[in-house]
Design a protein around this ligand. Structure first.
Ligand code: ADP
Ligand code: MG
Length: 214
């Protein structure tokens, strides 16, 4: 479901974000994940450009916590830029008028360090964008679209976007799926990681089955 692209310069990241911005609607929330220097604020500059806002107005709201950038002209969307780095609980968003903002269909909200306010962002409106440092000018950008109602892969039940066990119906369904992994009902598509994976536990690591240890 998630899509990953790579950029080779800040300008490329901005251009990508500007294109993304043109697909956004009022009420959309972007959760920007990534370490310090990953390019979150750079990406917000691109969002601004795409929304018809002067990108040079965008600065890191690390101390202000929130900046609002209005469109240059016309009825365009206002960009709200929040840096949650200094927040300790989702309650701190309330002080910024969060309840009003998140209902406002004339704004797009970009949140840096969303993990600090986990649970406050509406899952059915939030697109998660993860930036990763690959090298000097290179970044990987992964976009995960908002959660929607989905069908639980274990039970076949409909699961709402705000379910804590999404996309599973409940914890039991989640555990049953995990059990399925170890029983070999699923295949593994990510690369083998020796720090995380025990080769004898990977159901498809060896078509002959685990080698005897006796
Ligand atoms: P963050 O907000 O995640 O802390 P910033 O956007 O403030 O990060 O800083 C990212 C830094 O990395 C900037 O100095 C930017 O010029 C640099 N950079 C280098 N390559 C890229 C790239 N491909 N995309 C985004 N930023 C990049
Ligand atoms: Mg930043």
């Amino acid at each position: 479901m998630a899509e990953t692209i790579e950029t080779n310069s800040p300008a490329q990241t901005e251009a990508w974000a500007a294109r993304l911005a043109r697909t956004l609607e009022g009420g959309d929330v972007l959760a920007l994940e990534g370490d310090l220097g990953a390019g979150k604020t750079t990406l917000v500059r691109g969002l601004a450009a795409g929304l018809g806002i002067d990108p040079s107005k965008v600065s890191s709201p690390t101390f202000a916590l929130m900046n609002e950038y209005a469109p240059r002209q016309g009825p365009g969307l206002t960009l709200v830029h929040i840096d949650a780095y200094r927040m300790n609980t989702p309650d701190e968003l309330a002080g910024l008028g969060w309840d009003r903002l998140v209902e406002d269909t004339t704004v797009v909200i970009a949140v840096e360090w969303p993990s600090k306010v986990e649970g406050a962002l509406p899952p059915h409106r939030t697109t998660t964008i993860t930036l990763e440092y690959l090298g000097e000018g290179e970044r990987a950008i992964t976009l995960t679209p908002p959660r929607t109602w989905t069908t639980c892969p274990t039970t076949g039940k409909a699961v709402p976007p705000d379910s804590p066990t999404w996309p599973f119906a409940d914890e039991r369904a989640q555990l049953a799926d995990l059990h399925g992994w170890f029983a070999g009902k699923h295949t593994i598509s990510r690369p083998f990681d020796p720090d995380r994976d025990d080769p004898t536990e990977l159901p498809h690591a060896d078509p002959e089955g685990p080698q005897g240890t006796a």
